[in-house]
Design a protein around this ligand. Structure first.
Ligand code: C2O
Ligand code: CU
Length: 549
């Protein structure tokens, strides 16, 4: 296994999109940021120098980091922010992941501009479980905001209001031909006729699941979230924020140019109001001598924003490769079973001086509130008063979660830093249930740090403990780090608690993340050196004393 060294310099620089120039915090002046490339089992040391104006942390999304939560990144969960003028070196330990993952800032909404792809190649000397591609191409989807997103979000959160919509989506930093002032800068991807390419696709969008397709070209899906899938052919893919998909595409169409297009999939509110800005595009362009025949061909197979039938059909085709070389290990003897409702809520923000009820979101009616020092250090040093061990395993009441008019009495959540503690090696099943409280159901891409988990089932309506488990896929369920819990539906997952540490768990829509649809799992040590969490490096950042909400 090799070691790799990277320097990430965070600083503000100017970017022009949609006819306007603004200052944006990025890594090494690039949007999206640099690609990290390793082989499975390697370790990367990433020295993050904060030359920006506010505290930032970086998370290595989907990298399990065995025993090493100290480098996982979520602010106030595993570390304090790296303050301006300071630096911090993350030790990113790659273990079982293979495929594509990504890194992103994990503080406020900074991840909108601070993110990039991670490529994890098979171990040196071994090969992909599919024919070696002739080339590869990374496509990172992201949100573009004309304004300063953190300023807007902070204001909205303080006043209990909804958060800003983005002004466009981007593919590798560019909105593409259909957006104002964007034609010149559209990303071009050049291909040779007859060759097969591996596309590494990352959804780094802030609040929306995305469809993706290429004009006239079939996509063969071979991997997701850094683990292999049984290959299948599709004319489009759908992925939620946090998810990554690996695709094979053969350039077998007439020489010409074809749109690579991504469009919002959102069952509640299109995140981009301006329809012309709802499609981000790049251009797949064949090399060679030919006369271009007009505009690139747009993928007619790209679903429209509320086509949840096709979205679900795609998701139901995901199966682990589950081969001899890439076996899976689904827990069969469950020792901890949890049932977690994901809701939009009202929360009483009243304090001594003012009365205020505002928007929040919750898991089992607990709306997560970051403590003022990180949970991991409090756990490690036994500091009391930072969090409590009482995240509930069940919702406080059972009712018709997905009914049209859920009683307002179910609206109030309580705020707190309430964590779930698991013994080492417990076999855990969690059923996530989306609710329609406040008539505000939507998909929730639930993401767990430190782990991959198996999605053994999902469906619409209320989970039924009698019938639904009978249909679980325990043979070849996909292993992922993010699962979209369907709107007014449920998703069941399983994992073995074999990675000791403190691990954040949250909806990957940043609106819901900042409103509290989060919790923390603490997995205890196993009692042998190999099953014990590492000690912290001596140079962990410390938290400013001010209380942060
Ligand atoms: Cu992709 Cu907690 O993050
Ligand atoms: Cu959500």
């Amino acid at each position: 296994a090799d070691e790799h060294y990277y320097d990430f310099v965070l600083r503000e620089s100017n970017f022009t999109r949609l006819c306007e120039t603004k200052s944006l915090l990025t890594v090494n002046d690039s949007f999206p940021g640099p690609v990290i490339t390793v082989h499975r089992g390697d370790t990367a040391y990433v020295n993050v120098h904060n030359h920006g104006d506010y505290g930032v942390t970086i998370h290595w999304h989907g990298v399990k980091q065995p025993g090493n939560p100290w480098s996982d990144g979520p602010e106030y969960i595993t570390q304090c922010p790296i303050e301006p003028g300071n630096n911090f070196t993350y030790m990113v330990i790659f273990s079982t992941e293979e495929g594509t993952l990504w890194w992103h800032a994990h503080s406020d909404w900074t991840r909108s501009s601070v993110h990039g792809a991670i490529i994890i190649l098979p171990p040196e000397g071994s090969s992909y479980p599919y024919p070696e591609p002739d080339g590869q191409q990374v496509f990172v989807l992201a949100s573009w905001y004309k304004g300063d997103v953190n300023e807007e979000v902070d204001y909205d959160l303080e006043t209990g209001q909804d958060t800003p919509r983005s002004d466009a989506y981007t593919i590798n930093g560019q909105p593409g031909d259909f957006c104002n002032c964007s034609r010149e800068s559209t990303v071009h991807w050049y291909v040779d006729y007859g060759k097969t390419y591996l596309i590494r696709l990352v959804n780094g969008v802030m609040n929306v699941e995305m469809f993706f397709a290429i004009g006239q070209h079939n996509l063969t899906v071979v991997g997701m979230d850094g683990s292999y899938l049984k290959p299948f052919v599709s004319t489009f893919v759908v992925l939620s924020p946090g998810q990554t998909i690996d695709l094979l595409v053969t350039a077998n169409q007439p020489l010409g140019s074809y749109y690579v297009a991504s469009r919002q999939y959102n069952t509640v509110r299109p995140d981009v109001d301006d329809y012309d800005h709802a499609n981000a595009t790049a251009i797949m362009q064949y090399n060679g001598n030919y006369t271009p025949s007009g505009a690139p061909i747009f993928p007619s197979t790209l679903p429209i924003y509320d086509d949840f039938v096709r979205a679900l059909n795609f998701t139901s085709r995901l199966r682990s490769l589950a081969s001899l070389e890439h076996p899976i290990n689904v827990p069969m003897n469950i020792t901890t079973r949890m049932y977690i409702t994901a809701s939009m809520n009202n929360v009483d923000f009243s304090n001594g001086t003012y009365t205020e009820v505002g928007l929040a979101s919750s898991l089992n009616n607990v709306s997560w509130l970051n403590p003022s020092t990180d949970v991991l250090m409090a756990y490690y040093r036994n500091i009391s008063g930072v969090y409590t061990n009482d995240f509930p395993d069940w919702p406080p009441t059972f009712y018709d979660f997905t009914a049209e008019d859920v009683d307002g009495a179910y609206n109030l959540a309580v705020q707190g830093a309430r964590v779930k503690v698991l013994e080492y090696n417990e076999q855990v099943e969690v059923v996530f249930q989306g609710t329609n409280v406040l008539d505000a159901s939507e998909d929730h891409p639930m993401h767990m740090h430190g782990y991959g988990f198996y999605v053994v089932g999902s469906g619409y309506g209320n989970f039924d403990n009698e019938t639904n488990p009978k249909d679980y896929n325990l043979v070849d369920p996909p292993e992922v780090n993010t699962v979209p819990v369907p709107k007014k539906g449920w998703a069941a997952i399983r994992f073995t608690a074999s990675n000791p540490g403190v691990w954040f768990w949250h909806c990957h829509f940043d609106r819901h993340l900042s409103w509290g649809m989060d919790t923390v799992f603490i997995v205890k040590n196993g009692g042998t050196p190999n099953t014990t969490m590492r000690d912290p490096p001596s140079f962990m950042p410390t938290c400013k004393s001010s209380l942060r909400l």
